[in-house]
Write a protein that binds this ligand. Structure first.
Ligand SMILES: C[S@@+](CC[C@H](N)C(=O)[O-])C[C@H]1O[C@@H](n2cnc3c(N)ncnc32)[C@H](O)[C@@H]1O
Length: 344
């Protein structure tokens, strides 16, 4: 990375919250992003953060913008030449249309707090879609651990700003992250929060924002702040491997193959044909050869099989010439799970 901060060196800030561009670099650093990664942003706004990330970090960014839609974001991405690395969606963080373990990082600036009471559900989704070992981070308005001054509460209610519903302390967010299964790596207030709030207030000149501006000025740093919380998805959080049980004709000549793949990329199947098992394994291997992280182990038991079954040779596995398997053990129980849809 260059030494200059690509977020704060933009000519025309296009932000919808206090300190968006100031908080971006500390957050991105805490997420340990590097080129080629696939990143999810919750709350894209104008798309400025997503396009800077795509251009300066050479990552692919999927960004959620349920309020305004993605047209402006895609236009901005096209204008800076990163159309192929920015994808805007109108999805909400509570219902992410992605498989588990899809992203190398999830970030949200001045947006996660907007989700209000649905934050636990949204965070559960964010944790689900990030891969084990990768990080989820937020940087946003957080209140100090002090009672809200009465006149600030009154302005909040008068302006229907919902600050009291949305802003929580760093400790509250840290606890939320921990309860979502993340190992918190960083949790702090930004010491520059007050000047960043005031800079935001100074550019909020549109009619109708007078009460908000008055609240920011009169708070004087007693309750309003900005904070950052980052957590890592533990490697042990990996979803239990999904097993595909493949059952050949249950006569004299049949075979079983079990393909274990990380939950998510490949669809769980209750009943699978030999072909789809082969395809599952091959797809996972293809993905891994491109740098994927799908642990695939294959086991095959050829039972009463005269030589290598087509599945076994297709998977390039050495068949274990086992004794016929007992019930409850390996292949037959897998067969039962496979045919009943009970996951292993
Ligand atoms: C104040 S704007 C901040 C935008 C941008 N990050 C910035 O700082 O300029 C809040 C953003 O949160 C997004 N948002 C609100 N609820 C959301 C949800 N449930 N899931 C994902 N994004 C949401 C909105 O679409 C909006 O872009």
């Amino acid at each position: 990375m260059a030494c200059t901060n690509p977020f704060t060196s933009v000519d025309e800030p296009a932000i919808l919250g206090p300190g968006t561009l100031d908080m971006a670099l500390p957050l991105v650093d805490a997420l340990r992003l590097h080129p080629g990664m696939r990143v999810l942003e919750v709350g894209g706004g104008t798309g400025q953060v997503a396009t800077i990330l795509a251009k300066a970090w050479d990552v692919t960014v999927f960004t959620l913008e349920p309020w305004h839609g993605g047209e402006d974001i895609q236009a901005r991405a096209a204008a800076v030449g990163v159309t192929d690395r920015v994808v805007a969606l109108t999805s909400r963080a509570q219902d992410l249309p992605f498989a588990a373990d899809t992203f190398d990082g999830v970030l949200s600036i001045n947006s996660f707090e907007m989700i209000g009471d649905e934050r636990p559900a949204a965070l559960a989704e964010m944790v689900r879609v990030v891969r084990p070992g990768a990080r989820v981070g937020i940087a946003e308005p957080m209140c100090l651990p002090a009672p809200i001054p009465p006149e600030i509460a009154e302005l909040d209610e008068r302006g229907r700003l919902r600050f009291q519903q949305c802003f929580r302390t760093v400790a509250w967010n840290r606890d939320l992250f921990t309860r979502a299964g993340l190992l918190v790596t960083q949790a702090c207030y930004f010491p520059e929060a007050r000047p960043w709030w005031l800079a935001y207030e100074a550019q909020a000149t549109q009619p109708g924002r007078e009460v908000e501006c008055e609240l920011i000025r009169r708070d004087e740093g007693r309750w309003l702040s900005l904070g950052l919380v980052v957590g890592e998805k533990p490697v042990a959080h990996t979803a239990a491997p999904t097993r595909w049980g493949v059952v050949g004709p249950r006569s004299t000549n049949y075979s079983y193959a079990f393909v274990r793949a990380a939950d998510g990329l490949l669809p769980p199947v209750a009943r699978s044909s030999a072909a789809s098992t082969y395809e599952s394994a091959a797809a996972a291997r293809r993905e891994n050869s491109k740098g994927g992280h799908i642990p695939v182990t294959c086991e095959a038991d050829a039972v009463s099989n005269k030589g290598r079954s087509p599945i076994v040779s297709a998977l390039q596995m050495r068949p274990r010439r086992t004794q016929p398997l007992s019930y409850g053990d390996s292949a037959r129980s897998e067969h039962r799970r496979a045919t009943t849809g009970i996951p292993a």
